[in-house]
Design a protein around this ligand. Sequence first.
Ligand SMILES: *Cc1c(COP(=O)(O)O)cnc(C)c1O
Length: 370
Amino acid sequence: MAMLEELEAVYRKLKKDAAFKEEFRSFLNEYAGRPTNLYYASHLSKHFGNLRVYLKREDSLHTGAHKINNTLGQILVAKRMGKARVIAETGAGQHGVATATAAALFGLKCDVYMGVEDIHRQQLNVLRMKLMGARVIPVESGSKTLKDAMNEAIRDWVTNVEDTFYLIGTVAGPHPYPVMVRDFQSVIGQEARRQFLKKENALPDYLLACVGGGSNAMGLFHPFLNDKSVKMIGVEAAGLGLHTGKHAAPLSARMFGVLHGTKSGLLQTPDGQVKIAHSIAAGLDYPGVGPEHAYFQKIERAEYVGVTDREAIEGLKLLSRLEGIIPAMETSHAIAYLEKLSRRVKGKKSVIVCLSGRGDKDMETFREFI
Ligand SMILES: *Cc1c(COP(=O)(O)O)cnc(C)c1O
């Protein structure tokens, strides 16, 4: 608790610190490549007929996804706290790569915990991290995947808190991480809101984003919180189907529990054992979800739905063929939901989809579907 309380106190101050905010903004713009475009997808819109679809192009950022927004923010906090070393957990390797990138940029030592299962499945990302000077520490415990890597990272942090900063990759984990990561990712929604107002002179009817831990979704949603007319839909990975139990959709399945310092949506057995998540998208393959999403669901500010592996592949093909944009496997879940949204709405509606990342990293997964 002591280290979380220290971090909370530091972050509370930095949040109001003009120099800190300016430094963050400058790295987002100059290094990561912000602002990203809000692109009107005319072919996709024509395909559906009743939707005006805008894509928030986080896929165009350095390293290919929204994760860099958060790692740049947290590395600046680590620097202000005088830490010499950062640690992270990673599943698919995307957060590990974004952390290794930021650590290389700031000259900090970087250790990334990764389950051995994931190390085998994500060789390319392991190589990326090593090339940028990070050490990848294999985790042999439990299911040898993301949740186990997170357990080990938390143990490391407790032991080495003097010089070490723990850089969490999504809006999950103990407070203040869900708030801090949300704040760093909110640049997505702030930009999108401004850009949409400028293009359409109105607010969008819907916001759509895929939900793993929930950081790209929360980043898009949060700046629209007080715009009551704007509906928010988070798309979870329904894997092989909610009825099969092989999915990564705790909110859609209405399953709740406590993991990694958070009470939120969680896949678990009736005796409280954490269940292994399943999704074709490695970045959605986490049994939990950020607590603020569970809250949004509870107060009915946002709605959470599931899209299966199979449906996501259709979303991937649709965007690739109609717009010449190959989305990440995670993002393809949000694209796939447009089909269902189109059937649900009455009249013509506008929607902003968070295009959280590009598909280059997933070409091996795509191979059998091409
Ligand atoms: C990691 C990742 C996600 C899932 O993480 P969130 O915290 O839910 O945003 C989604 N899309 C891409 C491209 C990712 O790399």
